[in-house]
Design a protein around this ligand. Sequence first.
Ligand SMILES: *Cc1c(COP(=O)(O)O)cnc(C)c1O
Length: 334
Amino acid sequence: MSVIDLRSDTVTQPTPGMREAMANAPMGDDVYGEDPSVNKLESELALRLGFARGLFVPTGTMSNLLALMAHCERGDEYIVGQQAHTYKYEGGGAAVLGSIQPQPLEVQADGSLDLKQVAAAIKPDDFHFARTRLLALENTMQGKVLPTEYLAAAGRLTREHGLALHLDGARLYNAAVKLGVDAGDITRHFDSVSVCLSKGLGAPVGSVLCGTAELVSRARRLRKMVGGGMRQAGQLAAAGLYALDHQVARLADDHANAQLLAEGLRAAGYEVEPVQTNMVYVQIGERAEALKAFAAGQGIRLSAAPRLRMVTHMDVSRSQIEQVIAVFAEFSLQ
Ligand SMILES: *Cc1c(COP(=O)(O)O)cnc(C)c1O
């Protein structure tokens, strides 16, 4: 029985085409700047997203950390969502390693930060305060897509106040596919963007930070400092290039599967939040552990949470989603 893993879109296996691209990748020592595959990935993605340079890093966490540290000095501050990955799920790295103070704000129901609250949180130039330097947004945010008009307004606000604007675009391409726009139409509002290759795009490892030449050269120095300078990383970069060329448009299938899952679970009596991309949130309440165990017995891997997140990805088919719906329906009758 093949396992259906809905815990995250990070669990995918490389496709045969991707493995072949990896096996054939030209390589060199990237710390010397000599890995042709890494160089190609960095310049290709920067070009596509409208930035001067890109930087290949092992993880999205490192990518966001380097961006925050490249934008901010010690004693500076960044404004960020209370539920944002950068703030909540990265071990407080910006504070620990960068001495950068976070100013978290509650995330709105649509995944955005209220720009009036952002404006009010920007501190005046006064030695009592940390210097507010950066606004960090996330898109998609728990599966929700930020409207491009909102991004434009955030861009205007940050320019007006002399702040930089960073995007945690771990799932940038889910947002672009959902909106039916070029990813560059999203990223053009930002000064830097971090993109994960290892989520829905299906590469085994890696993220890319894009920005100006100056920002990326600061980030490159910081990457070495935190131990992220990799040597013959070309195989990993080749997987990322393959994903960008072959596995972007198919994210629409994941979104359709997430819709199907949501509708099926609603029909089975579950309370399901509206779905936009590849994430389905369901209220399970106290039975979360019981559901996890029951599903595991049927070959389905879930997290255990009262508000359960399920994520669709390339290793889950439409017919497997139908199986999952049947298992949930059976569980609800117990
Ligand atoms: C996964 C993720 C990251 C980075 O995660 P890594 O596991 O460090 O690659 C950053 N932001 C968001 C929103 C994510 O989902």
